[in-house]
Design a protein around this ligand. Sequence first.
Ligand SMILES: *Cc1c(COP(=O)(O)O)cnc(C)c1O
Length: 489
Amino acid sequence: MTETTGASPLAPEWLAVPSDLNALHAPMWAAGVERNDGGELAIDGIPVSELKAQFGSPLFVMSETDFRARARAFKDAFDAAFEDICGGVDVYYAGKSFLCTAVASWVAEEGLRLDTCSGGELAVAARAGIDGANLGLHGNNKSDAEINRALDMKLGRIVVDSLDELERVAKIASGRGEVAKVMLRLTPGVHAHTHEFIATAHEDQKFGLSMAGDSTEEAGLSAAEEAVAAATAYDSVELLGLHCHIGSQIFEPEGFALAAEKLLTFLAAMQSKYSITLPELDLGGGYGIAYTPVDTPRPAAEIAQAMAAVVRSTCAQLGITSPRISIEPGRAIVGSSTFTLYEVGTLKTVRVDAPEAAGAAENVTFPRRYVSVDGGMSDNARPVLYDADYSAVLASRTTLAEPQLSRVVGKHCESGDIVVRDVYLPADVAAGDLLAVPGTGAYCWALSSNYNYLARPGVVAVRGGTARWIVRGETEEDLLNRDMGVANV
Ligand SMILES: *Cc1c(COP(=O)(O)O)cnc(C)c1O
């Protein structure tokens, strides 16, 4: 007998028992995903059973339409909000969240630019034919080869992360008889968390130039100011402006606004002290998405307007013309465009002591069902890395079965191999059923691995009712490709 419960005392407080297990909570899903007349999950009318039959599982299923719409929505919302302040906003899609040549080309077609943070990501951009002028390069430890590649591709901006790197970029550019276009990444001491932000004077992290206190080099100057002074002095560097990135999966606009205020104040001070103009200010990415029903992302327009209000009033207060603003959303563009399709294999239910807080009598245990799927931490490392929460639905059919607290786990040799820590799934979920986990477009495929020699899943893009590989899944041949063979032993 399958044991069913209503609300389980083992569930986290935030997790409600869904009133309808077959329903889709819209903010978590790509446009075009719905249940068809037969009750099966479908995207643009293509049922998941068809995707499974044609492409296998696990499978990343991405709506190209949804991706493009979210990219455009950011561009349009920020352009509208900042039109009268700085003539619009340059939106750089953060390629590290998910990148392949198809996605790079969609980004360009929708009028966005592209952020990269390695030579490999630059190679993808180059293969996609992206104009170097529309590319940025990040990273706290760029190699000489990466800096040279950026100069070869005539990159629109290299975001310099440290004084060391500034010197290195200046030297390399000088050796080539060129001028590198540079932004300086500053750490404004604003750390945004999902539902609040904290402001600290000092920075204790690997990224960026601190705006606080004295740099170790020159008394009285922060590392950030020292970099401005140095960058201004190099003939081989054109200092475009300043950059910051305060965190990820942020819902409230206050953190962005505070960072904008801090950077504008600093920018104004530098302009007047060094008699320079810094024409650009990048406020980074980090806009949150819905992974579970309790996540409440704000529409791009709302964030854009809140940020624009602060930029407008701060510039007026400082008596400066606003620099051209840029932003770098990754997750908020690609995250919700994609779900992962898995097939259920084994199931088991264990009995667990009630947590003390639940106030249950001693010796009372509650069921937790483990639902194993054909992927796991190799295609979604975020639960393991960040304790990230996800959600899941039974995708291959509807059911009237009762909700049962479940834990979706992978097939890896690791007990921490969890895909969805806590979710109510129908009690009749069985081997052969298909599950869909929404919100897997960002930092899932990008972080995927071959742990246990699992082939990494491919990514299928759906548009106008057709599905096609944009990155094919790995084969056994791929898995053995780099193995030099027994002949070399
Ligand atoms: C990761 C990153 C982003 C994108 O962050 P999201 O949370 O995906 O929007 C933007 N800028 C920089 C510098 C980053 O490191």
